[in-house]
Ligand binder design. Structure first.
Ligand code: MLT
Length: 340
């Protein structure tokens, strides 16, 4: 009898030890992105580090980081997240290829400031977009980080109005919406992969390009380009994504920590990107780049050419999903009403 009691006691001890919390010691999140690992210069890198710190401090989950394209470019990463070989990824443009409604965020001259974009993304519009993309891709958007406002640079002449852009060969990301936008502004869009850009600028294959200021400085593009206009034509978003099957497999308390950590990471990404933008702007000017801040009238000329053309193109492209253009406009109107 004594032996039986002892055996039961041992079994109870083992069962207690193999509680869900202990079993989860084996859980690993592989988190990949294409930015550098140096968090001070990299919004995705900063977001990933913050996420890892919080999750590893508050749970038994291990977070392995794969920065700097270690697992491939953004399209590869989204695919790996869908397959579950990477549990989490931070990507910007790649998501809209699989979830077309996300495309509407790229409509040019939509957000007049970053805080407006944050409010729209963190409000009902962002929630609805995340829900739709989850249904279509199996990827849950845990939070929205920031790649930032994109601006035109070139090596030929100062650009103050669309007239000045006319005829310039501008490198764009290989994304049709960007081609339409640059065409509408009167320039010649040339889709080129990011890795080929420095060479294309050096050899004169293109005269210019468009990217956020931090990206321009951190990749030395300002050394290849003399002029920049801060037209902020697109507010590029970083989507912090998790494979939803994996997310559902986590315990409730781990899910709560993972969600919270991603929200903090998103905020951190925005903060780092704001800091990078301000610092990089003063550095590109210090290092000789001529930067033009457009007046409201000049900006209106860009907006009036690019927006209608891109919206018309997107309406065709999105078909039934064109409703998302309207949803975004409604969200912006609500945001405007709140701030009035
Ligand atoms: C690009 O222009 O291809 C991207 O903005 C580069 C990046 O991912 O930082």
């Amino acid at each position: 009898m004594r032996g039986l009691v002892q055996t039961i006691a041992v079994i109870c001890l083992i069962l207690t030890c193999v509680s869900p919390a202990v079993a989860q010691r084996d859980v690993t999140i592989r988190l990949a992105h294409v930015d550098g690992a140096e968090w001070q210069k990299s919004k995705k890198g900063a977001a990933a580090e913050i996420f890892k710190n919080i999750v590893e401090n508050e749970t038994n989950i291990t977070v392995q980081l794969f920065p700097a394209k270690a697992l491939g470019d953004e399209d590869d990463l989204v695919q790996q997240a869908q397959e579950g070989t990477a549990q989490m990824v931070i990507v910007s443009a790649a998501l809209s290829k699989l979830c077309k409604p996300a495309y509407v965020l790229d409509i040019p001259y939509t957000f007049s400031s970053a805080p407006i974009a944050w409010d729209v993304l963190d409000g009902p519009f962002g929630d609805a977009l995340a829900e739709t993309c989850l249904e279509r891709t199996g990827l849950r958007t845990l939070a929205f980080g920031e790649t930032g406002f994109r601006n035109f640079t070139n090596s030929k002449r100062p650009v103050k109005t669309p007239e000045d852009l006319k005829g310039l060969k501008i490198r764009v990301q290989p994304i049709p919406l960007y081609i339409e936008m640059v065409k509408a502004l009167g320039a010649e869009p040339t889709p080129i992969a990011w890795s080929e850009l420095p060479n294309a600028l050096t050899t004169g294959v293109v005269d210019g390009q468009e990217n956020p200021v931090g990206t321009i400085y951190n990749n030395n593009l300002h050394k290849l380009q003399d002029y920049m206009i801060l037209d902020g034509h697109n507010y590029a978003v970083d989507f912090i994504l998790i494979n939803d099957e994996f997310y559902q497999y986590l315990s409730e308390s781990d899910r709560a920590v993972v969600s919270k950590a991603a929200r903090v990471a998103g905020i951190m990404s925005r903060a780092i990107q704001q800091f990078n933008t301000a610092e990089s702007l003063s550095l590109v000017i210090e290092e000789g780049m001529e930067v033009h801040v457009p007046s409201a009238e000049e900006l209106a000329q860009f907006r009036d050419l690019a927006r209608p053309a891109v919206i018309a193109w997107l309406q065709e492209e999105l078909g039934e999903d064109a409703i998302w253009i309207e949803k975004l406009e409604q969200a912006l109107a609500a945001e405007q009403a709140n701030t009035d």
